[in-house]
Design a protein around this ligand. Structure first.
Ligand code: 1GP
Ligand code: MG
Length: 241
């Protein structure tokens, strides 16, 4: 894992930030897990984090293919049928989505300091709307949002497509990738950011094996632990104690 201040010092401070959404800003990965466990139980199978690590962050159909193949269900459940089966359960759960610790504070801070921020999520429009319906004002602070079903996103994470598309939509583009800091929770997302030539802070679920941490430039256990100074970004206001 690189020392972030070294990374930034030799390339200059970060000027733009791209946020992942599921598992990073919103506590939604647990809903995918809950639904997948229900479906697997029907086949007397259990869901584990090694499978989760391969699915999280991916576009729906790509994650679905991993699911049916890795669980050996592809003969009895197609990836498409899996998506149909889980949809009704997810649509009930997503409106309850809550922010991850520190997410609101960081978004508001960067926006207040004039740092351009945007969202790049594998979630497609329907799910994005459901997940963010209680957080509209906060997500309105994003300069733009790139979703999994965006026509410019040919392949999902770990392909760099979504982060390259997001970088192009900032004002005054193109933004040099080395000036962009990505926040991610998933191995696929970390690799997508590195494939795009950007820096990436990973905030992994504690149940994710540490072996998935290596590609990230910085690992945090929570966004509450992020120090903007590490990346040449404006510091948080010191609140009077
Ligand atoms: O790109 P994010 O926002 O993590 O969403 C991916 C989604 O498909 C859940 O894994
Ligand atoms: Mg994510």
């Amino acid at each position: 894992m690189a020392n972030p201040s070294v990374g930034v010092l030799d390339k200059g401070p970060i000027t733009h930030v791209i946020f992942d959404m599921d598992g990073l800003l919103l506590d939604t990965e647990k809903y995918y897990t809950e639904v997948q466990e229900i479906i697997l139980a029907r086949y007397n199978k259990t869901f584990d984090w090694s499978l989760k690590a391969k699915m999280m962050g991916k576009k729906a159909i790509e994650a679905a293919r991993v699911f049916v193949e890795e669980t050996g269900l592809s003969d009895s459940l197609s990836a498409e049928d899996f998506l149909v089966e889980r949809e009704a359960m997810l649509q009930k759960l997503f409106p309850n989505s809550e922010l991850m610790p520190g997410a609101g504070r960081l978004i508001r801070h960067l926006h207040a300091k004039g740092i351009p921020i945007c969202l790049a999520t594998g979630s497609h429009r329907r799910h994005f709307e459901l997940k963010t319906q209680r957080h509209g004002e906060l997500f309105s602070l994003m300069h733009h949002v790139v979703l999994g079903d965006d026509p410019e996103v040919k392949q999902g994470k770990p392909s760099p497509d979504i982060f390259l598309a997001a970088a192009k939509r900032f004002e005054g583009c193109p933004v040099v990738p080395q000036k962009i800091l990505v926040f991610e929770d998933a191995p696929s997302g970390v690799h997508a950011a590195k494939n795009a030539g950007m820096f990436v802070v990973m905030v992994p679920d504690p149940r994710l094996d540490n072996s998935f941490h290596d590609a990230a430039d910085q690992i945090l256990s929570s966004l509450l632990d992020f120090n903007p100074n590490d990346w040449g970004l404006p510091p948080f206001e010191v609140t009077a104690s």
